[in-house]
Ligand binder design. Structure first.
Ligand code: TYC
Length: 116
């Protein structure tokens, strides 16, 4: 139990105090939790043009043209590839935006989310 002016050590990596009071909820500092991360993966298909996939990887995932080309070819050859890693809400938003844009352009491009 900590009194006024008592010293409590802090683990540097996780912003959590070392447990010196048996878990009793006396610590008033902000506790942070790292969010779970999710891979956004792209699936190959026989119809979506390669240039369209490269455009998606640049516009929605911020890859430069060289990296975008490499990811696109990986998906084309292996069947699936990672576009990026995000929190759940960001991953979901990217998938919705990309699949909406693909459908508007009448391409069957499919993206999925995978927990890291
Ligand atoms: N296989 C497609 C073609 O030959 C290209 C492609 C690559 C499509 C990646 C989807 O996620 C994809 N036009």
């Amino acid at each position: 139990m900590l009194g006024h002016g008592d010293v409590e050590t802090m683990s540097a990596d996780n912003n959590k105090p070392d447990d010196v009071d048996g878990g009793l909820a006396l610590d008033k500092r902000t506790k942070t939790k790292k969010p779970s991360l999710y891979r956004v993966v792209m699936l190959n298909d026989d119809y979506t043009p390669m240039e369209f996939v490269v455009l998606i990887l640049q516009r929605f995932f911020g890859h430069n043209s060289q990296v975008a080309q490499k990811i696109m070819l990986h998906v084309h050859q292996k069947g699936v590839g990672v576009c990026g890693v995000f929190t759940y809400e960001v991953a979901e938003a990217k998938i919705n935006q990309v699949m909406t844009f693909a459908r508007q352009n009448e391409h069957p491009l499919q993206l999925q989310m995978e927990k890291e």
